[in-house]
Design a binder for this molecule. Sequence first.
Ligand SMILES: Cc1cc2nc3c(=O)[nH]c(=O)nc-3n(C[C@H](O)[C@H](O)[C@H](O)COP(=O)(O)OP(=O)(O)OC[C@H]3O[C@@H](n4cnc5c(N)ncnc54)[C@H](O)[C@@H]3O)c2cc1C
Length: 462
Amino acid sequence: MEYDCIIIGGGLSGLAAGIRLSHFGKKTCILEKHSLLGGLNSFYTKGGYEIDSGLHAMTNFTTKGGPKSAPLAKLLRQLRIQHDELELREQKHSLVSFPGVSLKFTNDFEFLKSGIQDKFKDDLEGFVKLDKLLSSYDSLNLSSHFVSARKIVSEHIRSPLLADMLFCPLMYYGSAVEDDMDFAQFAIMYQSIFKEGFCRPAGGIRTLLDILEKRITESGGEIRRNCEVRKIISKDGQAQAVELKSGEALYTRNILSSAGYVETLSLCDRKPADFTEIPRGQMAFVETVGLLDSPLAGYESAIIFFNSSEKFHYQNPLDEIDCRSGVVCCPNNFQYLPSDTPPAPMIRITVLANNRLWSEFPHDEYKKLKKDCSTRTLSIAAKFTGVPGLTERIKLIDTFTPRTITRYTGHINGAVYGCPGKIKDGRTHIGNLFLCGTDQGFLGITGSMLSGISIANLHLLK
Ligand SMILES: Cc1cc2nc3c(=O)[nH]c(=O)nc-3n(C[C@H](O)[C@H](O)[C@H](O)COP(=O)(O)OP(=O)(O)OC[C@H]3O[C@@H](n4cnc5c(N)ncnc54)[C@H](O)[C@@H]3O)c2cc1C
């Protein structure tokens, strides 16, 4: 038996691609090495609580019946998912908090604009021009090359503080590059976060994963869990089969891999000549999840992107973690309906982490370090949320490190956003082996699903 397409990875990009291909009658099989689907954005149970392993928020909120061209609307249409099925709840508001100044934003872009008018009056005109440029920019051009967003933003925004405040959320939610971004990626993230904004499925990531899995099986696609691909077997520049950890070989006309660029090439029996020179991803994070004794009454921010130093640094830290900047998320601060079952009261804090240091520690030291880091990051959350006695109200703590990311998803260096150089057209040195997801370049939950759909449409459904 031969498949039309084998998809490596049951994360969001692989699942979206699988639905698209199955809808068009392609014999498709998704191979996921773990027992759970979702990859970087899955869920698990601890202390009797179901916890989302990644989800802070989905980006690109659009209302039901909103513009048909909105990325989320397109995505839902292509996957034949009804808007209502996701039960999306909008954020209350979010903040970018820097020393002495903060900018509040909601899913209404005018709110951010008026904050900039109040606090950075001299830069309003430049900001409006930048916004216009970003709106018309062809950010989805799959053949474009890296253009420095720092350079273009500095041509419009004179205040380095405002520029940093705009970069901070966009980098934390989607940059594999230190201290700069590809302008196309900046444009995508700007639209995703500032123009369209944050929402959350009322039931967390599981709601989305259940819908995706159902669509695949309904349309005849196959999902095999606990199936790790060990090798991609090729002949004359064409992939022919994958070999599983169990030794079983599965034959296929095409392979779509969401495992990452270098990770996928590592599986190939024939590697490209420049394999060892491809820059590996470095941007890794530590995230602490603290379950609270009760909801934080009076605290309304869904997400705070904070920076406490004079200049914002988005770099691979020299120490285990860099607490100068980061993200504090309260999944309870979305506009849930009385009929919803909201998530357990919780606070999540993400800071930059040095993967190399985390990977070197022996087990006992690693555990101790995790504990130290969670204490440090929780005290940051207490500072930025301003909630009195926050740390004393935590009843259960869990911490993900770069080591956790590598263990559960195979991403080299625990690099959540993959390699700095993206393969936008998804092509590899093997004619019928394509990439989708993280290293194709569309990041985040919405982005990775769009990536799966775009690459399936481009190479496998023509
Ligand atoms: C802690 C954290 C929080 C996040 N929060 C958010 C958020 O709030 N909002 C947002 O939009 N984005 C968030 N993200 C980012 C988002 O989760 C990712 O961008 C997105 O899920 C990437 O999906 P993907 O399909 O490209 O890759 P992955 O999720 O990495 O999927 C790849 C899959 O391939 C599997 N795999 C790898 N190698 C093999 C192999 N050899 N054989 C079989 N299977 C294999 C892996 O197990 C994995 O399931 C977060 C990420 C993290 C880590």
